[in-house]
Design a protein around this ligand. Structure first.
Ligand SMILES: NC(=O)c1ccc[n+]([C@@H]2O[C@H](COP(=O)([O-])OP(=O)(O)OC[C@H]3O[C@@H](n4cnc5c(N)ncnc54)[C@H](O)[C@@H]3O)[C@@H](O)[C@H]2O)c1
Length: 294
């Protein structure tokens, strides 16, 4: 038997918005393997996420695969990944009460809070994406929305790694970073606009660049999972996610939709010693859809 045992490891997980997020399932799977979990959530969803972690009515969604243990998080840290440090924050956001109550809600502030909890981080999950014009085609996308989508959905991986690399450096077995991408960053998915296709494309080459840099410097592996379509909250915002799921089901070698658990299992593999020589890769968890020509 080859067990996957992450006991003693700490995982920082971004991108939990609710109990349907990929990141929620990834958290449960990493905890089931023994890792301690810290959440970094957008300031506007911290309260919502805390209630998903506490409410009786959400107990079932918290259950780990053993059917008994519940997801338990060390802390939910507010972090808007648009900002590296407080000096980057515009006046409107700085004075917004939903943000101001948290003090430093930037990537820097998140790293400082994590340092109070643990001297090291072994795993970082980047599961964040946003475009205010996701429903616009590329041709109709404004410059402002395009740049914002890249900043939040792609550059944030670079910003987070810079902040957390010292805590992830030279961990026994090596630190591991996994981000979430989509085929729309490589092929034309006509309605995947608003700068998101460009952001995913950027995220994928950044994964390779960062794998090279942080592998050499710190022994950190950086990979991405390219997930098939899945009806999360963000994906429902695209508009026709159910059509996309049905299309993928019809065309894929495995003719069915993917599940969030399958994305979580592949993430666990990438974070485990089984993937100790795997870095800079895009792993498709899409029932094989990406190999099809028609
Ligand atoms: N659902 C799909 O079909 C699909 C397919 C492939 C890849 N992905 C990717 O998976 C990842 C997770 O998406 P999901 O489908 O679980 O949806 P989700 O809505 O549950 O997760 C997206 C998260 O991004 C967070 N976020 C947005 N802007 C932020 C900011 N400025 N700072 C901090 N957090 C911010 C949101 O709060 C949310 O928790 C994304 O990168 C997404 O592009 C999704």
């Amino acid at each position: 038997m080859i067990p996957i045992d992450l006991t003693g490891q700490v995982a920082l997980i971004t991108g939990v918005g609710d109990n349907e997020s990929f990141a929620w399932f990834i958290a449960k799977t990493l905890q089931a393997a023994g890792a301690k979990i810290i959440f970094s959530c957008h300031p506007r969803v911290v309260g919502i996420v805390e209630s998903f972690l506490e409410r009786d009515m959400d107990r079932e969604a918290r259950l780990l695969p053993d059917g008994k243990t519940e997801l338990k998080v060390e802390k939910v840290i507010p972090c808007d990944v648009s900002f590296d440090a407080m000096e980057d924050v515009d006046e409107k956001t700085r004075t917004d009460r939903r943000y101001a109550k948290y003090g430093d809600f930037t990537i820097h502030g998140c790293a400082e809070q994590v340092k109070q909890l643990t001297p090291h981080v072994d795993i970082m999950i980047h599961s964040v994406a946003f475009s205010r014009e996701i429903k616009n085609s590329q041709a109709q996308t404004s410059r402002k929305a395009y740049l914002e989508a890249i900043s939040i959905s792609a550059y944030s991986l670079t910003g987070m790694l810079r902040a957390f690399a010292p805590m992830m450096a030279h961990r026994p077995g090596g630190g591991s970073v996994v981000s979430l991408t989509y085929l729309g960053g490589e092929r034309v998915v006509p309605h995947y606009g608003g700068g998101m296709s460009t952001a995913k494309s950027a995220l994928q080459i950044d994964t390779k660049q960062l794998a090279f840099h942080y592998g050499r410097e710190f022994g950190i592996r950086v990979n991405a999972i390219s997930a098939g379509p899945y009806a999360s909250r963000a994906a429902k915002g695209i508009g026709d996610i159910f059509q996309m799921i049905e299309h993928a089901r019809e065309k894929s070698p495995l003719p069915r939709p993917i599940t969030a658990e399958e994305v979580a299992h592949a993430t666990l593999f990438l974070c485990s010693p089984l993937a100790s020589a795997v870095t800079g890769q895009i792993l498709y968890v899409d029932c094989g859809y990406n190999i099809m020509g028609v």
